[in-house]
Ligand binder design. Structure first.
Ligand code: NCD
Length: 307
């Protein structure tokens, strides 16, 4: 049986397409389990996981926690606002203290790109990156690709448009790596100011006209404008942004085909996507959330060496 090639999940950039396929096959089994009346399995019994969140999170934190509970792991939760970090403690001291309590795995979200890499160089536990600033969000990309595979049968050869704030989005970068490794074609779409200058070196197409992107793609992944990570004004107003880049029913009706709509959440209804589209039959937004639990179970199971 094949095994995961890394000790940590720091980013999609470091893993192989075989790793991703292994996560998908493992997640298929866990998805079947979490749809059974008895959802809990003993696979991570005796493994202690610390969830360390230095940034706000609802869905990712709950999804990891639920995945850990379904696998019977022991859990400690830590969030920066209620901890000694606000008293001036460094990242390494915080984590060493937690590890002294014999933690086997750390799931961390941190505003600094590379924070998980730093951690992995200093401590022995398995590290999972739950989002490091504007850099990577690997479990989100895995659950997104898993959801495309589930909806369309495979990822290979599919055309995926990622629309919105590509510059500040860790979801965008991890999705680009995952989709390219799985053989999809990828396009990014948004205003020039929100698309990094060298993005095409990653082998993606760049488009500034939303209708052209929608006409090209099989799947549109709509991203939130990451206002909290923007240091300057990148466009005149949210109203203008949504006029040019918001996905609404009129735009979808103009297409001569049906496309799949995705969003990692949290949605800003009326900005990047209207309610009628977010809640329509084309949207797989809630499937993404459901798949997130199975995919995170798979990752933790494989990293714990129980695969
Ligand atoms: C994303 C994130 O935190 O990067 N959300 C998530 O993990 N579900 C996307 C976002 O905040 O827009």
């Amino acid at each position: 049986m094949s095994t995961f090639s890394k000790k940590h999940l720091l980013g999609i950039k470091d893993i192989t397409s075989d790793d991703i396929e292994l996560v998908f096959e493992t997640a298929d089994n866990f998805k079947a389990i979490i749809n059974r009346p008895i959802k809990k399995v003993p696979s991570l019994r005796d493994i202690t996981v610390a969830n360390i969140f230095f940034e706000n999170s609802t869905r990712t934190r709950i999804s990891f926690e639920l995945a850990q509970k379904r696998l019977s792991a022991d859990i400690v939760n830590f969030s920066a606002s209620s901890s000694s970090v606000s008293k001036g403690e460094t990242l390494i001291d915080t984590v060493n203290n937690i590890l002294a309590m014999k933690v086997d795995m750390v799931v961390m979200r941190h505003p600094a790109p590379g924070a998980c890499v730093f951690l992995s160089q200093h401590i022995g536990a398995n590290i999972i990156n739950a989002g490091d600033g504007t850099h990577e969000h690997p479990t989100q990309a895995l659950l997104d690709a898993f959801s495309i595979r589930e909806k369309l049968g495979s990822v290979r050869g599919k055309k995926v448009a990622i629309v919105g704030d590509i510059t500040h989005s860790r979801v965008a970068l991890s999705n680009i790596y995952a989709l390219k490794k799985l053989g999809a074609e990828v396009m990014v779409c948004g205003p020039t100011t929100l698309i990094p200058k060298y993005i095409s070196s990653l082998g993606v197409k760049v488009e500034h006209d939303l209708m052209k992107a929608l006409n090209w793609c099989d799947v549109a992944n709509m991203l939130r404008i990451q206002l909290e990570r923007q240091d300057i004004k990148y466009f005149p107003s949210l109203r203008e942004y949504s006029m040019l880049y918001g996905l609404n029913k009129e735009r979808l009706d103009k297409l001569d085909k049906e496309i799949v709509i995705m969003h990692p959440g949290p949605i800003n209804r009326g900005v990047e996507i209207t309610s009628d589209v977010a809640d329509s039959k084309h949207s797989i937004i809630l499937n993404q959330v459901e798949n997130g639990v199975a995919v995170r179970m798979a990752i933790m199971f494989l990293l714990a060496g129980r695969g």
